[in-house]
Design a protein around this ligand. Structure first.
Ligand SMILES: N[C@@H](CCC(=O)N[C@@H](CSC=O)C(=O)NCC(=O)O)C(=O)O
Length: 277
């Protein structure tokens, strides 16, 4: 593991690290905040998945999670959103595909299948790496995220309900396989058979029988992506039919930015901490 940077904050350490990922066949960078309680033993770990165009740094710089994470004794891990590097296929002028737009899935189509394996990276390789290198109690994990990362958190929790004690999201893409901003990426990563897309679509996973006990979602009413891209009412309907407990808070006047996320970050951290013990 390469230490990119460390910096003391609220008694803990905000670090940025990189490692060689076999799964993504490139070097990957991620951020970890370790609160001061780590000196007394392993701590619960909360995974934050970021949205389109982000790296590990957006939430680290603008999410405002460290003060309360320190108080609550939560380790916060913030991975990148895609593979990157000179050998990774990309489309520089397309923010909804390629680097920064990995959609937390395992691509099956060439030339993307070699590197774009963010589902396996987030659920297998990075957890094993974090467990081996940080003071974490892997029996106490939770996951949350924003937008594309909200989609990632919901789908990963639905597919691994025994691993995560809780899941929440800020303005998640709840049905990416039918939204115009994500459909083209799904087709290019997964091929034209839309049946294979269902494995990476929260509302369709629920329709297909996957379950998670409860979700907590915040959504701004002034979010420019609300009507066409995010559509939380689809998740509301799916959860209602499936008997999944969904707390959906429509936050008046808030947009899609980190000003919205940081406003409600404390509520999400407290909600997860209450379930992580
Ligand atoms: N470049 C786009 C806007 C991209 C954008 O809003 N990205 C969001 C996530 S969107 C869904 O996954 C984000 O988190 N951006 C990073 C940030 O720091 O705000 C455009 O120009 O419209």
């Amino acid at each position: 593991m390469k230490v990119v940077s460390t910096s003391k904050s609220h008694g803990g350490v905000q670090g940025v690290y990189s490692h060689t990922s076999d799964v993504c066949a490139c070097d990957m960078t991620f951020a970890v905040f370790v609160p001061p309680q780590a000196k007394d033993g392993p701590l619960p770990v909360l995974w934050y998945l970021s949205g389109l165009t982000c790296t590990h740094a957006n939430v680290m710089d603008k999410g405002e999670y460290r003060r309360l994470a320190s108080e609550l004794g939560l380790v916060i891990v913030c991975p990148d959103t895609s593979p990157r590097g000179a050998d990774v296929p990309d489309e520089k002028d397309n923010w909804q595909f390629g680097c920064g737009a990995g959609f937390y899935l395992d691509a099956t189509q060439e030339p993307y299948a070699k590197n774009y394996r963010m589902y396996s990276y987030i659920t297998e390789e990075l957890p094993a790496f974090v467990a081996a290198n940080f003071p974490v109690d892997m029996s106490r994990q939770a996951i949350f995220g924003h937008s594309m990362g909200g989609h990632g958190a919901l789908t990963i929790a639905l597919k691994n309900p025994q691993r995560y004690r809780s899941c929440s999201a800020f303005a998640p893409i709840v049905q990416p396989s039918t939204a115009n901003w994500s459909r083209p990426a799904f087709e290019r990563y997964l091929g034209s058979d839309e049946k294979s897309w269902r494995a990476y679509d929260a509302t369709l996973l629920i329709e297909d029988g996957k379950r998670f006990p409860e979700f907590f979602v915040d959504q701004g009413t002034a979010d420019g992506f609300l009507q066409d891209g995010l559509r939380p009412w689809l998740l509301e309907e799916g959860c209602r039919k499936a008997g999944i407990d969904l707390t959906l808070r429509m936050q008046e006047g808030y947009d899609h930015s980190y000003n919205f996320i940081s406003t409600f970050m404390d509520d999400h951290l407290k909600w997860h901490a209450g379930r992580l013990g």
